[in-house]
Write a protein of this length. Structure first.
Lengths: 116, 116
């Protein structure tokens, strides 16, 4: 089956620093990747959609300058949380859509970010 | 706009009882996909089912069954003879079926606790 990995699985950083989260499709090519954020005991909220080789499309209310998304290859997308603050602490989950398939998304295991 | 409603925030049942999780959706799309995901305490989303809006047949997979009723915009999920391992948060989700409209809209989730 299609596998998506995320790295790191958890990270603790100090307020004001930046942290990068990687999302990789291990055995398929992903034209599109999605980034979600999930606060404790809440649902998943889509942050942005990233297409390989083009700029990401951000959902309303998501600061593009704070959450930098790069989808440089068909197997890798990165989310960088810049100048992190404690309110950015959350569970970040990526998913990848296999090239040629419009409906199937495979989810990564998530990255738990804690900003102190 | 798409919307998914899971009215049951938390459900607790005794092991071996049957339990049904409700999901009601709203969409203006004529074709769409419906999903159910399980999120155990580890956080990783586990895909359970995808249903095309054209296919209204109910589906059974082991102890799991799904009832899709387009007339009431519902896609309910039943676990028969529940087990402790079924304890998790369950999300219903909806996506469009066309390229560029495949982002997932999640419900708020139902936390299911199976009491041994």
């Amino acid at each position: 089956g299609a596998v998506v990995s995320q790295h790191p699985s958890w990270v603790i950083c100090k307020s004001g620093t930046s942290v990068k989260i990687e999302c990789r499709s291990l055995d398929f090519q992903a034209t599109t990747m999605f980034w979600y954020r999930q606060f404790p005991k809440q649902s998943l909220m889509l942050m942005a959609t990233s297409n390989e080789g083009s700029k990401a499309t951000y959902e309303q209310g998501v600061e593009k300058d704070k959450f930098l998304i790069n989808h440089a290859s068909l197997t890798l997308s990165t989310l960088t949380v810049t100048s992190a603050h404690p309110e950015d602490s959350s569970f970040y989950i990526c998913s990848a859509r296999e090239q040629g398939y419009s409906y199937e998304q495979y989810f990564g295991p998530g990255t738990r970010l804690t900003v102190t | 706009a798409q919307k998914v409603t899971q009215a049951q925030t938390e459900i607790s049942v005794v092991e071996k009882e049957d339990v049904t999780l409700d999901c009601v959706y709203e969409t203006r799309d004529t074709t769409y996909y419906l999903f159910w995901y399980k999120q155990p305490p580890s956080g990783e989303l586990v895909f359970l089912i995808r249903r095309n809006s054209f296919d209204e047949q109910n589906e059974i997979s082991g102890r799991y069954s799904w009832n899709f009723q387009k007339s009431t915009s519902s896609f309910n999920f039943t676990i028969t003879a529940s087990q402790v391992v079924d304890s998790a948060v369950y999300f219903c989700a909806l996506s469009g079926s066309n390229f560029g409209n495949e982002k997932l809209t999640f419900g708020t989730g139902t936390r299911l606790t199976i009491i041994p």
